[in-house]
Write a protein that binds this ligand. Structure first.
Ligand SMILES: [Zn+2]
Length: 658
C-alpha cells in the first residue's frame, strides 16, 4: 500500500505559474486511504470519501462531481473560503500522475550518455562519449517526496528520483542517486483526465537524465577511453612513464614547460623506436647554392648581372645497418646515430645556373661522391638545433638530418608518425652534410670561371690598374710576401688555439673571405698588372704551398708550418713523396741563396747533402719527375731576388730541356 505522504525534500517549493491558481483543482487526496481521487471518481460522486488537498491538507468540497460536460464553472474541488491555494492544482495533478505511473507499472528510461575529455601534453583535448543503454524500469512502488519530486522503487531494488518540473539540467542530479526529469509542470496537466495522463506517461518524450546509477563507472570508463585516445595520439603516457619523467626533473618546473617536455620526450622516444625497428629512413634531397653579386665598384652601372648556381640531388631512402640511441659522439649526444653502407648510394645531382633569375643551363653530375657511412638524426619539437650544437655538428663533419615535428599539430598517431619517419620527407632537413662544403667549393669555382664573373674581374682589373702601376713592382712584392706571411702566421696560431680551446667554441681559420686574404689578392693583382701573373695561384698560397716553403727557408723559421726552424720545413720537403719532386730544385736554390746550411747541424748537413746529390743526379739524367714547369720562374725571381741567379739560369726547369 502506497502512502501519499508528501515529505519535504528540500526548501525549494516550486513557484506555480501566474495562472496556476486560476486552474480548477481536479485532483484530491482520500483522507482515509491516502489515494488520489479524480473529481469524477465514483467515490467522489457518491460521497463515499472525505477529500483533502494533497498540497495544503485542507478539506475540500466537490463541486459538480460526475458532470464532466459542464463548463463555466467546470467540475472541481473547492478549498475552504480564504484558503491560500498556491500551486495546489499542479501538485495534485502530479500526485495523480505519479500514482498513475505506478499503476502503469513501468517507466521507459532513455540511454545515459556522457562525454569525457582528456587533455594531452600538447594542450589538445580528446573527447569520448560513453553510455549506459536505455531500459524499461519496472516500478515496485512510488511516492511523492515533495511537490516536485517523486521517488520510484524499482522491482530490482534500485530507487529512481523523478523530478517533475522538467527543468533540471543533465548534470544536476543528487550525487550517488539516479534522477530523471520529466515535465509535469504545465497548468494543462491539472485539467487532464486520468486517461489523458496515462497516455502521457506511456511515452515520455522529454524525459532526461540528471544523474544515473552508473555515472561514476561511466565517468571512469570515459576518462580511461579519453586517456587512451590521447595516448594513441602520442600525447599522453602511462603512470610508469610519468614516474620516470618526474624522477629526472631536477627543479620544480612550471606546468606548461613540464607539459612541453613530456610531449617532446614522448615524441623523441617514439621516433627513435621507429628507426630502431624499421632501420629505414626517407631523406630529402641535398641542396647547395652559391651567388655572385656585381662588385661594389660597379653599382649603378648598366651591367649588373647577378649569378646564382644551385646543386641538388634527389631524395633518398637509406637502409640502416645499425641504429644507436643517445650515444655520445665527440661533444654532442645525437638522438640517433645511424650506420649505413654508403657504397651504393648515388649522390649524382644536377647543377642549375641562373643569370638574373633567368635560367641559363642545367648540368648533370658525371660521377658520384662517396656517401658517408654515418648519419645523425635529431628530432626537434619546439626548439630547433641551436647555434652551438650546429657548430659542433659542423666540426664533426657528419651528415645530420633534422626531423622537425613542430608543424605536425596536435592530432597524430603511431602509424602516421611511423609513415612520416620511414617514408616521407616532410619536416626533414639536412642540417649538415659532408658533401655541402665540397659542392660549395665547386660552385664557387664554377662561378669564378663564369664569363660574367671573369668579365667583372677584367673590368675591375682595368679600373684598378692605374692605382697598382702608381707603385713600383718592388713595393708590391714586399706587400705580397708580408700579406702571405701574416695570413699563414695567423692560421698557425689559430690551429694551435684549436688544439687547446676546451669547451668554448672552436676558433675559425682564416679563409678566402678574410681581410688578410683580400690583401694577398690585391697584391697578386697588382703584380699581374706589372706583368707578373700567377701570384694568386692556390699552389703558391696553400699552407704548405711554394711561397710558405720558400719563406720558411728564407727566414729560417716555419711559415705556414708550426715548426721553429727552416730545416724542419726542409725536412718535411725532403720526406715528401716521389710524385712531389718537380719543385725540389727551387728549394735547393733557396737553401743556397739564403745560406740556410749555415744553421744546419752536422747530421742535418749530411742528410741534406745526400738529398741534394740525388736531385742533381736526377736533373742531370733528365728525369722529368724532377724538372719543374717554368710557370712561376719570372714571378719568383721578382719575389725572391737572391734566388734569381739560380732560378734565372733555368736550372732544374723543364724549359732548359727544350
Ligand atoms: Zn490546497
Amino acid at each position: 500500500m502506497t502512502t501519499w505522504q508528501i515529505d519535504r525534500l528540500d526548501a525549494s517549493p516550486e513557484q506555480a505559474g501566474p495562472d496556476a491558481s486560476e486552474v480548477p483543482l481536479k485532483w484530491a487526496h482520500d483522507a482515509r486511504t491516502g489515494e488520489p481521487r479524480y473529481i469524477h471518481d465514483d467515490e467522489v460522486v457518491e460521497h463515499r470519501c472525505i477529500c483533502v488537498c494533497p498540497a495544503c491538507q485542507l478539506n475540500l468540497t466537490p463541486v459538480m462531481p460526475g458532470q464532466p460536460l459542464r463548463v463555466r464553472p467546470t467540475a472541481h474541488f473547492r478549498h475552504p473560503p480564504g484558503a491560500q491555494k498556491d500551486a495546489c492544482t499542479i501538485v495534485a495533478a502530479r500526485l495523480a500522475a505519479t500514482h498513475l505511473l505506478q499503476e502503469q507499472g513501468f517507466i521507459d528510461l532513455p540511454r545515459r550518455t556522457m562525454s569525457r575529455t582528456a587533455t594531452g601534453f600538447s594542450g589538445q583535448g580528446y573527447e569520448v562519449w560513453v553510455e549506459a543503454p536505455a531500459e524499461r524500469g519496472m516500478i515496485g512502488s512510488a511516492r511523492l517526496l515533495d511537490h516536485a519530486t517523486a521517488e520510484l522503487t524499482l522491482d530490482d531494488g534500485r530507487t529512481l528520483l523523478v523530478d517533475l518540473t522538467g527543468r533540471r539540467d543533465a548534470a544536476d542530479g543528487p550525487d550517488g542517486q539516479a534522477m530523471v526529469t520529466i515535465s509535469l509542470s504545465d497548468p494543462d496537466l491539472a485539467m487532464l483526465s486520468p486517461e489523458d495522463i496515462r497516455a502521457r506517461l506511456r511515452i515520455l518524450p522529454d524525459i532526461r537524465w540528471c544523474s544515473h546509477w552508473q555515472d561514476r563507472t561511466l565517468a571512469a570508463r570515459g576518462d580511461e577511453e579519453a586517456a587512451r585516445a590521447a595516448h594513441d595520439a602520442l600525447d599522453e603516457w602511462d603512470a610508469t612513464d610519468e614516474a620516470d619523467f618526474r624522477s629526472r626533473l631536477t627543479s620544480d618546473l612550471d606546468e606548461a614547460t613540464a607539459q612541453r617536455w613530456r610531449r617532446e620526450t614522448l615524441l623523441h622516444r617514439e621516433v627513435k623506436a621507429i628507426l630502431e625497428r624499421a632501420r629505414r629512413i626517407a631523406t630529402p634531397g641535398l641542396e647547395v647554392s652559391a651567388r655572385r653579386e656585381p662588385p661594389d665598384e660597379f653599382l649603378g652601372e648598366w651591367e649588373t648581372d647577378t649569378l646564382r648556381m644551385t646543386w641538388f640531388s634527389p631524395p633518398k631512402k637509406l637502409e640502416l645497418t645499425d641504429v644507436q640511441l643517445e650515444q655520445r659522439l665527440g661533444r654532442i649526444v645525437p638522438d640517433v646515430i645511424a650506420t649505413l653502407d654508403g657504397s651504393n648510394i648515388s649522390t649524382v645531382g644536377i647543377t642549375d645556373t641562373w643569370v638574373n633569375d633567368d635560367f641559363e643551363e642545367e648540368v648533370e653530375d658525371t660521377f658520384s661522391l662517396p656517401w658517408p657511412t654515418t648519419v645523425l638524426v635529431e628530432v626537434t619539437v619546439t626548439h630547433g638545433i641551436d647555434a652551438e650544437k650546429l657548430q659542433r655538428i659542423r666540426q664533426l663533419n657528419i651528415a645530420t638530418l633534422e626531423i622537425d615535428l613542430s608543424k605536425l599539430g596536435g592530432r597524430l598517431n603511431r602509424e602516421a608518425l611511423s609513415d612520416l619517419v620511414v617514408n616521407q620527407t616532410l619536416g626533414k632537413r639536412w642540417v649538415h652534410h659532408p658533401i655541402f662544403s665540397i659542392k660549395q667549393q665547386r660552385l664557387d669555382a664554377a662561378l669564378d670561371a663564369h664569363p660574367v664573373t671573369r668579365r667583372y674581374k677584367e673590368r675591375l682589373f682595368e679600373l684598378m690598374r692605374p692605382h697598382w702601376l702608381a707603385l713600383p713592382v718592388s713595393d708590391w712584392t714586399v706587400r705580397y710576401l708580408e700579406a702571405v706571411t701574416t695570413f699563414h702566421d695567423a692560421n698557425v696560431r689559430i690551429r694551435k688555439a684549436r688544439r687547446h680551446h676546451g669547451d668554448g667554441p672552436e676558433p675559425t681559420l682564416l679563409g678566402v673571405h678574410s681581410d688578410e686574404w683580400a690583401q694577398i689578392m690585391e697584391a697578386a693583382s697588382a703584380l699581374s698588372a706589372h706583368g707578373l701573373p700567377g701570384a694568386d695561384d692556390p699552389f703558391l698560397l696553400d699552407d704548405s704551398g711554394l711561397i710558405a716553403r720558400l719563406l720558411s727557408i728564407q727566414h729560417n723559421r716555419g711559415v705556414g708550418y708550426d715548426v721553429r726552424t727552416g730545416y724542419q720545413v726542409l725536412n718535411a720537403i725532403m720526406q715528401s713523396g716521389k710524385h712531389n719532386k718537380r719543385w725540389d730544385s727551387l728549394y735547393a736554390i733557396a737553401v743556397k741563396a739564403y745560406e740556410l746550411e749555415t744553421h744546419f747541424t752536422g747530421e742535418q748537413a749530411s742528410k741534406y747533402k745526400a738529398w741534394r746529390q740525388t736531385l742533381i743526379d736526377r736533373i742531370n739524367a733528365g728525369d722529368e719527375a724532377y724538372l719543374r714547369p717554368a710557370t712561376f720562374d719570372t714571378l719568383l725571381c721578382a719575389l725572391f731576388p737572391k734566388m734569381a741567379e739560380g732560378t734565372g739560369r733555368g736550372y732544374g726547369s723543364l724549359a732548359e730541356q727544350i
